[in-house]
Design a protein. Sequence first.
Length: 202
Amino acid sequence: MNKGFTLIEILIVLAVTVLISSYVISYSKVGQNQVALEIETQKIANLILAAKAAAVATLDTPERQSARTAQGRIICGYGFEITYSDPASYRIFSYEPQAATCTNINPIRPQDRFSIPSGLLPSPSAVVSANVLLNEKPCSVTPCDALHVVLFVPPNPETLLSRNGKGALPPTRERDLRVYLETADGSAKKIITVTQSGQVDF
């Protein structure tokens, strides 16, 4: 009596093993993308809140608000900006207008936004993970509400939002802007909403 496996039995076991392995590998990739999406969402939301906290904590008195940097500029507030080009990135910035005043900040000019030194705040800038896409949603698509820049101006702080990184939406207009994120394979999506009052929801 022969006590071995037949060729058919070996092929069936091999086919079942390959099938189970393919499910595990594909599920692992989906899971990895979803974890990357969660992490990226948390990082962006935390940096927006860190910019708001920096504006409130470091510019909370008239003396601090009128203090000048080593370059002779006044820091009017702190903000967060997203660059949607490839690779997408985001950062916290200090807003230091060339005009020696912090009144009527509009537009939020790119030449007045300065990078924060890396020791001042934890991870003030980052490049988006390859597993995550930032969706700009151009204004030809309704609604036209993709966030490019949010600026917090103390002492309240006043929240200025911008869709194109230049002009700020008037604070009197109740228009929330959003950051649209999704996994590279499209299996999951997240939305971060920043309101005119500076609230961050995700």
